[in-house]
Design a binder for this molecule. Sequence first.
Ligand code: 13P
Length: 252
Amino acid sequence: MRQKVIIGNWKMNNDKKETEDLLLKLSKINCKKEIKVKVSPSYVNLESAVKILENSPIEVVAQNMHYEEQGAYTGEISYKMLKCINVNSVIIGHSERRMIFSENDDIIKRKINTALNNEMDVIICFGESLEDRNKKKHIEIISKQLDVIISDLKINQWKQIILAYEPIWAIGTGVNATPKQAQEIHKHVRAEIAIAFNKSLADSVPILYGGSLKPNNSEEIFSKPDIDGGLIGGASLSFEDFNSIIKSIDKK
Ligand code: 13P
C-alpha cells in the first residue's frame, strides 16, 4: 500500500506566535501510522517548529532551498543549513517559485539533484496553467514538466520523492480540480513513470493533489485510486480545516 501524505504549505503566512500556536495544536493530534503529516512553515520558524514537533510524528519541511551548498547568494538558504536544524525535506518546483521567482527547469533540476544527493526528501510540484488546460494541452505540458523532473533520476532515488500535482488555476482560487480531472493526471503520471522505470516503482510513488483542497472536497478527491493525499495551502492555516482534511484521508 502506498504512503498517504498530507502536507500543509504555509507559504509566507503566520508570524512566530501564530506558527507556534498552530504547531502546538497540531502536536497533540493522533494520526495513524499509515498517514504521514508534514508542515512547511517559513524559514525563520523552521527551527522552533522542529522543537515543538520533537515528540510528534509530524515532520517539518522547507518551502525552498538553493542548489549550491554555500557561497555569495544573498538571501538564500542551503540544504546544509536546513539539515543542521533537522529539516530533511523540501518543496521544489512550486508554481509560485516558477512564476513569481522565475525558477526555470534548469534551476528546478539543480535543486532536485542537490536535495537528493544530500539525503533530503523532496516534494516536487508540477501543474498546468488555465491557458494550457483550455487549449487541451494539459497532458502535454505535464509530460514535459515530468520529463525534466524524472529524466536523470536513478531508481533508488525514488524513495526520497513525493510528487504533487498542483494545477496553477486551482491554487488559491477556490476552484479545485474535479476528482476526475485530478485522477486523469495522476494516472497519466504514474503510467509515464512505469514506462520510464517500471510498474512496481510507479505504483509505489505517492502523488498528491494540491489546489483549493478544503474539508468539503478532500474526501471525494482522495477517494480516487491514484491520489495519495494533498498539498494544502490556505486550508492548512486553520487547525480545524487542516485536521479535518487529515481525517478525510483516513476514509480512503
Ligand atoms: P491552496 O490550497 O491555497 O489553493 O494552495 C495550494 C498550494 O499551492 C499548496 O502548495
